[in-house]
Design a protein. Structure first.
Length: 268
């Protein structure tokens, strides 16, 4: 893994925000809105991206081992797992092994079921997230009265990742990925699409442009930020420079450096 602890000049503990790539920046932005002075360490495990290609046991072992290195290096006050695929798999072993707060990211099924007017919602996620028993348990617990379409998008996270790195993308590919979200049952149409991957909020404008009708794209990031703020009791645990680390050790392309800087992060 490439990277270094934050500068010795900083005071207090950072919050560590972890994702397989740069999708977690959507969560980091929401954290910034609530805790603008909090020092953050953003870690993109791009050496292992995408997580959906991993076997469950191997991915869990990989993340737990990597998290041990990160906690030893940065001594965070809390860790935000800003990735649905990882959260639905590794939160229990992480909480069992490390005595610090972990905030996970799971599909916002409950608020979608509470907010839908038509009673028809979709959960859009990576194939791994959609396949998890955890996701189905959320639906069984909180969305029994709704019609729920589970939609696996094999390439949407990679499209979003590439777009943040300045790569071109195919709008028709986005249309094909989201098309199964739009269903009509007994004359009632999908009105809420749960964004089950933190990469997806970066594509809302593009998804709106190719959607067959308007829907609410439900982003869990604000709720995650509120949960973190509650755990920290609204306190700033550490001030100073916020940094971004990439486990591949590859230098960030210029377009991504600009995105990081706009989020108050320096690529290390």
């Amino acid at each position: 893994m490439s990277g270094a602890p934050a500068s010795d000049s900083v005071d207090g503990k950072p919050v560590l925000v972890f994702d397989s790539g740069i999708g977690g920046l959507s969560v980091l932005a929401a954290i910034r809105a609530l805790l603008p002075e909090q020092r953050l360490v953003y870690v993109a495990d791009d050496a292992a991206f995408p997580y959906g290609n991993w076997k469950e046991g191997e991915l869990s072992a990989h993340i737990v081992a990597l998290m041990g290195e990160l906690i030893a290096a940065h001594d965070p006050a809390a860790v935000v797992i800003a990735c649905n695929t990882a959260s639905t798999l590794v939160l229990p072993p992480l909480r069992a092994k490390f005595d610090i707060p972990f905030v996970g990211t799971v599909p916002a099924v409950k608020p979608a079921a509470e907010q839908t007017k038509s009673g028809v919602i979709a959960v859009l996620g990576t194939p791994a997230t959609i396949a998890r028993d955890y996701t189905r348990q959320l639906i069984a617990s909180f969305a029994q009265s709704a019609r729920v379409a589970l939609v696996a998008a094999p390439t949407l996270a990679s499209i979003a990742e590439g777009s943040r790195r300045g790569e071109d993308f195919d709008r028709e590919a986005i249309r094909a990925e989201i098309a199964p979200c739009f269903v009509e049952i007994d004359g009632k149409r999908t009105d809420i699409v749960v964004l089950g991957c933190t990469h997806y909020p970066f594509l809302i404008t593009e998804m709106d442009a190719v959607a067959p009708w308007p829907v609410t794209w439900l982003d869990p990031a604000p709720a995650i930020a509120r949960r973190l703020s509650g755990l920290l009791e609204g306190k700033i645990m550490g001030r100073g420079e916020s940094i971004a680390l990439f486990t591949s050790g590859r230098p960030a392309p210029r377009a991504l450096v600009s995105v990081l800087e706009s989020n108050g992060l320096r690529a290390v």
